[in-house]
Design a protein around this ligand. Sequence first.
Ligand code: GGG
Length: 360
Amino acid sequence: MPAHKIAVIAGDGIGQEVMPEGIRAVEAAAAAFDIEIEWTHFDWACADFYQRHGEMLPPDWFTTLSQFEAIFFGAVGWPEVVPDHISLWGSLLRFRREFDQYINLRPVKLMPGVPCPLAGKKPEDIDFLVVRENTEGEYSDVGGILYPGTEREVAIQQSSFSRLGVDRVQRFALELARQRPKQHLTSATKSNGMAISMPYWDQRMAENARAFPEVRVDQYHIDILAARFVLSPERFDVVVASNLFGDILSDLGPACAGTIGIAPSANLNPERTTPSLFEPVHGSAPDIFGQGIANPIATIWSGAMMLDFLGNGEPRYRQAHDAILSAIEASLLAGPHTPDLGGSATTEAVGNAIANTIAS
Ligand code: GGG
């Protein structure tokens, strides 16, 4: 088997600190299951690629990255150097949109050993998937400022919900729900307040759901849905949401499950015509960068999702994924723990412990 070619973009802030641990864990699992990975590193970040070039990416980035099967990504954003909307639109959002990674899959799981901020919840109570639309919706750079600098100044921003974009994410979520024991899908909407896009989202949901009669579909307005995440997370199995709603829910969910520091994500092009991208849900966290205390588990778990994706159904890749998940569970139960989980361990110590467990 030729080696899988993976592009690594550690990016900004704690992305630099967690990525070596992500790679270490994936390498340990790959070695245990006879999988070969070839890593190629790219220094595309705010500091200091943007500082030197005035752009987040080189002109040939699309051709360069197209040669890889997947991208392992850390974090983007360093507001001291460049405003966040410039860095996000200059890199991560370009990957998602131009590689048509239209599914952002974000598992939310209360892991054994992680203190849950919600009273009385057990690991079996919080175990669901957020499927976020990843290429359109409220994430938009269409619009402008009218009458700038005057009293009539007005900012206008348009969102877009295409039939193709809405249908493909809803059908992906329906299919995912169909394959799970509970066969339950929750759709996030706000059709009482957003009078065009969200009724359209709901209408397409009703139409798409017809092809999946086994799946029980319900829908909630985003405000009460957020409240239900906190009050009764056991209600959820698969949750499908637009780009912005999905972004918010997939931070809220992991916060309900103890820490965003362990939340993974996969930005998928399900057709595999372009590379998919795997990254922790968290960002660059300038407030803790440089202390070596960032939790590497979100990146390690994202690496496990990447291995599973690379295998495309091949059992040893699933076993490699499962070996990483077991090692994560062992580390969450017995330590060491980084400060977000109440411990004082370093990023490297947690990464070491997980890699050693995988290799043992
Ligand atoms: N590792 C992900 C990351 O750096 N995220 C920064 C961020 O602001 N992302 C927004 C988004 O996922 O839409």
